[in-house]
Ligand binder design. Sequence first.
Ligand SMILES: CC(C)(COP(=O)(O)OP(=O)(O)OC[C@H]1O[C@@H](n2cnc3c(N)ncnc32)[C@H](O)[C@@H]1OP(=O)(O)O)[C@@H](O)C(=O)NCCC(=O)NCCS
Length: 153
Amino acid sequence: MSQTPPLHPEIRPMCESDLDQVIRIERQIFLFPWSLANFSDSLKAGYLCRVMEENLTILGYSILMIGPDESHILTLGINPDWQRRGLGEKMLHYLIDLSAEHGAKSVLLDVRESNQGAARLYRQLGFEQIGKRKGYYPAMCGREDALVMQLRL
Ligand SMILES: CC(C)(COP(=O)(O)OP(=O)(O)OC[C@H]1O[C@@H](n2cnc3c(N)ncnc32)[C@H](O)[C@@H]1OP(=O)(O)O)[C@@H](O)C(=O)NCCC(=O)NCCS
């Protein structure tokens, strides 16, 4: 049976020097990845950009935008070598707590309709679908709908 080392990753603010690692993961996990400029702009805009790191290796990242009443998870990704080990769930719990600390009454996110794994994780944490954005995402053949999901805090 294969052994996986114990994971005790730290979640900390993202900085410019993390972006090489972040963008490498982004390009592996998304068919239509954000550009380096998208991440850089998010840092400059003051969004709450975080990385999950262990032994100087970035295992995942997220970007949260805080509004007056609600927060919005703009992106969330886990290194493909480290998926299905509870790290996505850990990052989500962190983002939910961070949203509550900032006074948000709900957390919103968009997810591709075909991304059933991610949607399953969100539902497990209490997110509910509250709408659909028609043709929101680019897709290999045309466009794809986004499910809008919300967690009430
Ligand atoms: C979606 C994502 C963030 C989940 O993170 P993760 O660390 O792999 O997921 P976790 O180990 O925390 O999963 C917890 C539970 O969520 C569900 N889940 C997560 N990914 C799943 C998948 N691909 N298929 C089915 N269920 C999944 C499972 O119930 C899982 O529990 P289990 O492994 O005991 O069955 C990660 O897989 C990822 O980065 N995917 C590519 C990018 C992406 O889709 N980001 C989200 C955009 S909205």
